[in-house]
Design a protein around this ligand. Structure first.
Ligand SMILES: N[C@@H](CCC(=O)N[C@@H](CS)C(=O)NCC(=O)O)C(=O)O
Length: 307
């Protein structure tokens, strides 16, 4: 039985990226379904307030954000790689574009077209997550039209990346850029109303999308959320690698707080367990799950010393 646990929900596009990355690495994993909106009583005791999906768990360690999950999976299974030699910088930069500039108008477009078909409370929850007031259904629908015109030129960029007939965005094998762009494209299938007609002018995107989908999700087995809490409770965080703090960074043992820089900006507090240029991990104690280590990437996150 695998000890990798993925906290996710089916219609989450970032979770689709994680599922496909697990598949690419040929991994078996336990699937814990979490709610798409707050409250998340079976998730927040683990993360100390980080609410976004997906989260990878192993024992009493939790890895937040697919950027860090990719690195963690790469560490466990280096081949096939997400970061082939020679294209790593290109891959990371395309992933950063896809997961910021391409996803946001895509989410507003697809969710807006599906305005009436989203789970109750979702539009309000997502507006709050971005620091906005609750929108009317008409406003959500109107945002769909405005954003349709922002996604179209970006879809064309994808087609242009593929126009020389290459099977994947940066060559002959999938890399991190493909996983990051794929989950955005995957989201167009919509919840009820399909938005995939946007890709119809671009057969190369459709063929690439099908190649990516064929990677599959690895071996998924369902797990009850209470079981995942118990796994954390009965485990201790793994021994961290040696830290390499950058200039000005907090040192292991110092108290700090971390939060996402873009949305869902709730602080998570703890004692620095590990820190280097790419990752910061906080050790926290929770009455429900005991001592856990919550790992965040550096890029896309803010930190402060906790006084
Ligand atoms: N940068 C994060 C973004 C994760 C993200 O925004 N996930 C969405 C779901 S696709 C989310 O958590 N939305 C709010 C929620 O589910 O509570 C990552 O790569 O994991």
């Amino acid at each position: 039985m695998s000890d990798l646990i993925l906290h996710h929900y089916d219609f989450s596009n970032f979770a689709e990226k994680a599922r496909l990355m697990l598949g690419f690495k040929g991994l078996a994993w336990r699937s814990v379904e979490q709610p798409p909106i707050l409250p998340k009583p079976k998730l927040l005791p683990l993360t100390g307030g980080y609410r976004r999906i997906p989260i990878l768990q192993q024992g009493a360690d939790l890895w937040c954000d697919t950027r860090l999950i990719a690195r963690e999976l790469e560490r466990r299974v280096p081949s096939p790689t997400f970061f082939p030699d020679g294209t790593r910088g290109h891959g990371e930069a395309i992933a950063w574009w896809a997961e910021h500039q391409f996803i946001r108008p895509t989410a507003l477009f697809v969710s807006g077209i599906n305005a009436e078909h989203m789970p109750a409370g979702l539009h309000e929850d997502r507006a709050r997550l971005h620091g906005l007031p609750p929108p009317s259904i008409e406003a959500v629908r109107a945002a769909a039209e405005r954003n349709r015109h922002l996604v179209r030129p970006q879809i064309k960029w994808l087609a242009e990346m593929l126009e020389d007939g290459r099977p994947y965005l940066l060559g002959g094998q999938p890399c991190i850029a493909d996983f990051a762009a794929y989950h955005v494209v995957w989201f167009y299938r919509g919840r009820h109303i399909d938005c995939r007609a946007e890709f119809a002018p671009y057969p190369t995107i459709l063929a690439w999308r099908d190649r990516m989908a064929a990677i599959g999700h690895g071996k998924r087995t369902e797990m009850n959320p209470d079981e995942a809490l118990a796994v954390a409770r009965y485990a201790s965080p793994g021994k961290p690698r040696p830290s390499q703090p950058q200039d000005g960074d907090p040192r292991p043992g110092e108290l700090a707080r971390v939060r996402p820089a873009d949305n869902a900006r709730d602080w998570i507090e703890g004692e620095v367990l590990f820190i280097d240029a790419d990752e910061i991990a906080l050790l926290r104690r929770d009455p429900e799950v005991g001592e856990v280590a919550v790992h965040f990437p550096r890029l896309g996150y803010d930190w402060r010393r906790q006084h």
